[in-house]
Design a protein around this ligand. Structure first.
Ligand code: 5GP
Ligand code: ZN
Length: 118
């Protein structure tokens, strides 16, 4: 069920505009509004799950999101050069949107990640 106050549920429903990259029966991929790499796409399950921990309780949907992320990388032409798939979960990871989403990052050499400045 869509959550009425969820930003990404509204994007999936088309109530808030987004730039579509890929659509499947269970997942929706769109460009991040504040890209952190030359390719930065978000892949979300169409049904509302708060975060990766909740999404992991629906393993088929989780697998679909990851498969869609790989398909996005192929479609964007970054599958050969390399890409990063990231779920930010909780405060230390600086997660800001409470609808599970997979970041697909690439298109250029990425930095190391972990501590700030790395
Ligand atoms: P998080 O920090 O929760 O892992 O990632 C949330 C991502 O959603 C951020 O990279 C942010 O730029 C992106 N974002 C936030 N609001 C919007 C929006 O309205 N549209 C799009 N396309 N991306 C958004
Ligand atoms: Zn939602």
């Amino acid at each position: 069920m869509p959550e009425s106050d969820c930003l990404f549920c509204k994007i999936i429903a088309g109530e808030i505009p987004s730039t579509t990259v890929l659509e499947t029966d269970t997942a929706y991929a769109f460009r991040d509004i504040n890209p952190q790499a030359s390719v930065h796409v978000l892949v979300v399950p169409r049904t509302h799950h708060e975060d990766a921990e909740e999404l992991a309780k629906a393993p088929q949907e989780l697998a679909d999101v990851i498969a869609a992320g790989v398909a996005v990388a192929r479609q964007e032409g970054i599958d050969q050069t390399g890409f990063r798939l990231v779920f930010n979960t909780g405060e230390h990871a600086r997660r800001t949107v409470f609808h599970a989403h997979l970041h697909v990052l690439g298109g250029e050499q990425l930095g190391l990640f972990g501590r700030p400045g790395h």
